[in-house]
Ligand binder design. Structure first.
Ligand code: TYD
Length: 199
């Protein structure tokens, strides 16, 4: 089987990290080698960038924020994702290009074609085989978040904007699916697995 590049998207607290683990376990059980990773912060450089970009005490210009996410992504694709796929490992990644389109594009108001062009540059046009949007109403997302990072302090309006953006964007994503993230984790995982070409 060709290694798969699977991306989980969705708001904070949609349960992406839980699904990352559940899915990895399911793939491993089937004898499929798998690597789980995330953005921002999937490399050493990325972890330093993550600390900066999530710091609620810091003011960051929208374009600067986009460039930080892109720097993280470029390093991550070249250092982690491409080598893993080349070595025959499937990759499950929490957040990727769609996050920049939703948060920096729709959320911060940077023109979408700019974000998408830069996403292509940063990834060398590497696109996921499957993208799952774990969809959650803003009030549930806000309720679920504990200590707040720089994005989570934005409040309900921002969350609502990002959710609407995600739902619109996913329609144009090949093999992109919306999954109801209010369901129990095992059911969310079952629904994701149903879309994957696993023997
Ligand atoms: P993270 O804490 O990893 O997500 P979660 O809280 O869902 O586990 O994500 C950090 C934040 O970074 C999140 O609020 C969304 C934001 N983000 C962007 O704005 N643009 C991007 O391109 C990425 C990858 C993340």
């Amino acid at each position: 089987m060709k290694p798969l590049f699977i991306v989980l998207e969705g708001p904070d607290a949609a349960g992406k990290s839980t699904q990352l683990e559940l899915l990895a376990a399911e793939l491993s059980c089937r004898g499929i080698p798998v690597l789980t990773t995330r953005e921002p912060g999937g490399t050493e450089l990325g972890r330093a960038l993550r600390e900066i970009v999530l710091d609620p005490e810091r003011y960051i210009e929208p374009l600067a924020e986009l460039f930080i996410m892109l720097a993280d992504r470029n390093q991550h694709v070249e250092e982690v994702i491409k080598p893993a796929l080349a070595a025959g490992k499937s990759v499950i990644c929490s957040r990727y290009t769609l996050s920049s389109a939703a948060y920096q594009g729709y959320g911060r108001g940077i023109p979408l074609e700019v974000v998408q062009g830069l996403n292509e540059l940063a990834t060398g046009s590497l696109v996921p085989d499957y993208t799952f949007l774990l969809d959650l109403p803003p009030e549930v997302a806000l309720e679920r978040t504990g200590t707040k990072d720089r994005f989570e302090t934005e409040g309900r309006g921002f969350f609502a904007k990002v959710r609407g953006a995600y739902l619109k964007l996913i329609r144009d994503v090949p093999n992109g699916y919306v999954i109801d993230a209010t369901l129990p984790p095992e059911e969310v995982c079952r629904r994701i697995l149903a879309h994957l070409p696993l023997a």
